[in-house]
Every structure is written in C-alpha cells, then in structure tokens.
Design a protein around this ligand. Structure first.
Ligand code: XIL
Length: 322
C-alpha cells in the first residue's frame, strides 16, 4: 500500500496510508508497518494519561520512540490527541489554564515532528450538541470536563493554542459516527464553518470510521458528500482510525468487510481534500474492539491483517481502490 501512496504523491496527489501503533510494537509488526504505511499514530502513547499521569510530570518515551521510528523510516506522524473527555488522569480539571499549559508543553516537545495533530477528540454528542452536559445513560454520552468548565469555547481555544505552539502542524477535529449520524456531522460542520469564518485555525476533520458490517453503500456516499462540503470550506478530511467489524468469521464475512474498506478508500481517493486513510491497529488480535477471551469478539476481526500478519480481503480491497 505504501508504494501505491508514494505513486499517488509523485503524481501530485497528497495522500498517506497509515496505522495506529500499539505500545508493544514487535519487530514483526515493525516489518509490516515499514512495508505498508507512511503515516503512524500512537494508539495510546501520546494521550494525556500516558504522557502525564501526574500533574507536572511528563513521560515522552513511547511518543519519542514512535517519532524516531517514523523518522528513521521516512514516515509522517499523526499526533493523537491533545484534548479528550475520556481516560484523563486525576489532575485534569478542565480549566483553560490547565488545557493551554498541557498543549504548550506537549506541543513544544514534539514541535516539528508532527504532520497533523488531533487537537480535540469527540467533543460532540450523537445528536450534534456539544458534550457540555451528559445525555443518555451510558458513558458514550458523557460530558467533557473541558465543556463543563469552559463551555464550548474550549475547542477554539485549544486550536489557537495548538497553532501557536507548532505553527507548521496541521490541526484537525476528530470524531466517530459522523458518517452514519447526519445530526452529529451537522454539529461538527457548523462548528468548522464558524471557525473558518472567524479565522480560528482548523485544517481538517478526522472521521474515525469505527464501522460494523451494517455500514451501507449509501453511508459511504453520504461520507463522500460530507467530505465535499468540508472541501468547499477549504477543509481537509482524514480517515483516522478505521476498523470494520465482520458479521461472522466466514469468507463471506471477510468479503463484506473488504467491500466496506474498498468503498471508503475509493471515496477518499476521489476527494482531492482527503489526505489520509489510517487503520486503528495492525493485526486483528491487537484490535481495541476485541477481548481476546471472547469468541464472538474474535469473529469481529476488524483490521486488514489477520492474527499472523497475513493480508486479508480487506487489504486487497484497499489496494484495488488505490
Ligand atoms: C483506544 C485504544 O485503542 C485502546 O487501547 C485504549 O484502551 C482506549 O482508546 N477513539 C479514539 C481512540 O480516539 O483514542 C481510541 O483508542 C478508540 C476510539
């Protein structure tokens, strides 16, 4: 896949193919990544819980080793993520001072090494309202401590701080279910439109793309339209965390998954403002969506390499679409 992305770029199409890298990055994983990808993201190592489990302490070892790996192998790094409502350590109080200090420290450390930063992750509820108060009963609809303390203005302040600290990095807003929940996309779209109108620095939107087998061709077409509306604002799109659950572990199940990967890849490549397609992990066995003890989970097999690192139909579907 990497060779195909390089060919596209040599023809003037700025497009990268990538993956999230787990913390226990084995040498056989490294071989796959070197061969197949040219943009890498830390699955967890650039999150605040890993970098700064205690106030004022910074642990950059995982992030630095990914940056070094990327540099040694001529790859870009996608930074993930400055501000999120989940998995925050105890000291995160959601204030503007805390948020800006964190962005300044981490942005300074990685300055010049990051092609694109996820500045704010998952700030919207599924109905397109801001995550300021919790709605619903499950954790997915939780509030953001940043929203609770600062209102929605924390989002623009985070982008302003990120631009200031690393002016050459692209800055994106990243979220899930945008392509399947039109109301959620509209909320994000209105925010982006308002940011552009007021010169708040934002370069793109990340579509996480954690999908399942019920994702339809109509959903993929909607995604293409959404990217076009963003492009009309001068805003890029990224597929940041793609994985697609299989309906079952049969060949048909794998083919269904492959079809969905193919639709999304094609939509990305048809959209000149789509900059990257990244999968969230390398082998099925490592996917965050799988509890290795659960046979039902194992059947989901959401990634493009199987447990032993062999290419799946999904891999070939991406290849065919490139
Ligand atoms: C997940 C990681 O894959 C897990 O290892 C971790 O335990 C929790 O976070 N959306 C995101 C990612 O933006 O950061 C999440 O990653 C998956 C959903």
């Amino acid at each position: 896949l990497r060779v195909l992305a390089e060919q596209l770029r040599s023809q003037g199409r700025e497009f990268y193919i990538g993956a999230a890298i787990p913390s226990n990055f084995s040498s056989s994983d490294q071989a796959i990544v070197k061969r197949e990808f040219d943009i890498v993201t830390c699955e967890n190592d650039m999150k605040i819980g890993t970098i700064s489990p205690n106030q004022g302490q910074y642990n950059y070892s995982g992030g630095d080793s990914l940056v070094n790996f990327a540099r040694a192998n001529n790859m870009l790094v996608h930074g993930h993520a400055f501000v999120w409502h989940k998995y925050n350590p105890w000291w995160v109080d959601g204030t503007k001072t805390m948020m800006e200090n964190y962005i300044n420290a981490v942005g300074t450390h990685f300055k010049g090494e990051i092609y694109v930063w996820d500045v704010v992750n998952e700030a919207f509820h599924k109905d397109g309202t801001y995550r300021i108060n919790a709605i619903g009963t499950n954790g997915q609809d939780g509030a953001s401590v940043f929203g609770q303390r600062q209102g929605k203005k924390y989002i623009e302040d985070a982008f302003i701080a990120a631009r200031k600290v690393d002016p050459n990095a692209k800055l994106i807003y990243n979220d899930y279910d945008l392509e399947t929940r039109p109301a959620k996309f509209e909320g994000v779209y209105e925010m982006v439109k308002d940011f552009k109108a007021r010169n708040i620095p934002i370069d793109g939107v990340g579509f996480q793309m954690h999908l399942g087998p019920n994702f339809t061709k109509a959903d993929a077409d909607r995604f293409a339209e959404q990217m076009q509306r963003l492009a009309d604002l001068g805003v890029e799109s990224y597929v940041t965390e793609m994985d697609v659950g299989c309906p079952d572990s049969t060949q048909n199940g794998l083919n269904k998954q492959a079809e969905i990967f193919g639709w999304i890849t094609k939509a990305c490549l048809e959209q000149p403002y789509c900059r990257a397609l990244q999968v969230w992990g390398i082998r099925d066995s490592q996917s965050w969506r799988i509890n290795p003890e659960s046979p039902e989970d194992r059947a989901i097999a959401p990634l493009i390499f199987n447990d032993s690192g062999a290419k799946k139909p999904a891999y070939y579907a991406i290849q065919a679409a490139m």
